[in-house]
Design a protein around this ligand. Structure first.
Ligand code: ZN
Length: 240
């Protein structure tokens, strides 16, 4: 069975559509969305609708909770805060209910799924290095844990220098407990502006990190037209 694991769409409909079109061609069987459907981009409502239509597994992210008033946005930077306030006004009652009901963690086959981290999912801690990853691997009851949140795709295993491994490989056959950050569909931050996600084949245990071009210009024009901070448009071109 082939899963597409996507995260951090951030209301970027152009990126989401491009990813789904690719997954359809690749004959993906089921979709997992690790959260942050909204925030930053200009199409939160359309992205929620699209994600619902996939009928897959959907988890909550910190920007989803911020948009519906659950997460405190005092510590968000000014651009993120402006985006949260804009998004709040855009969402319908139905959208708010949908985001409210999303779980923090889900389990499916040999996968554990969470937006940020396993040690305290509701605190949105980042897993950025081997030390933080080791803490999370200890808590892991399954072979794989898929995460998002940092917008930087990477992989952590107990017995490897994960960073070095990831620098020259995009496909991994998984045989030990592994944490995989799938990167961001709608606002990548690793210097590569293409949409980032993962396809996981449960039969071969093969994880493929994917990068897909999409219509960045249109996404940027929509952000400007919506009156959102200009930096949210410009950063999409550089993937930062
Ligand atoms: Zn995010």
């Amino acid at each position: 069975m082939k899963y597409a694991v996507i995260s951090d769409i951030h209301a970027n409909l152009e990126a989401l559509n491009a990813v789904i079109d690719y997954c359809v061609k690749k004959k993906v069987d089921k979709y997992v969305c690790l959260g942050d459907i909204v925030g930053y981009g200009a199409n939160p409502v359309e992205c929620i609708k699209k994600i619902k239509s996939l009928k897959g597994i959907v988890l909550v992210g910190n920007h989803d909770h911020a948009a519906i008033g659950i997460t405190d946005i005092t510590f968000f930077n000014s651009h993120a805060r402006a985006a949260v306030e804009w998004t709040r006004d855009a969402l319908s009652e139905k959208d708010v209910k949908f985001l409210t009901d999303l779980p923090f963690v889900a389990y499916e086959g040999d996968m554990t799924l969470v937006h940020a981290c396993l040690d305290s999912p509701e605190m949105w801690h980042y897993v950025l290095n081997d030390t933080e990853a080791a803490k999370n691997i200890e808590l892991l009851d399954s072979l794989l844990c898929f995460i998002g949140h940092s917008h930087v795709p990477c992989l952590f295993q107990e017995h490897y220098n994960s960073k070095a491994l990831f620098d020259f490989m995009t496909q991994f056959t998984i045989s030990e407990k592994t944490i995989i950050n799938v990167g961001s569909v709608g606002q990548p931050r690793d210097g590569d502006p293409r949409a980032s996600f993962v396809i996981y084949d449960t039969d071969s245990k093969l994880v493929s990190f994917e990068r897909i071009d999409y219509d960045i210009k249109t996404a940027q024009q929509k952000i400007i037209k919506a009156g959102l901070p200009k930096i949210l448009a410009t950063r999409l071109s550089i993937g930062k």
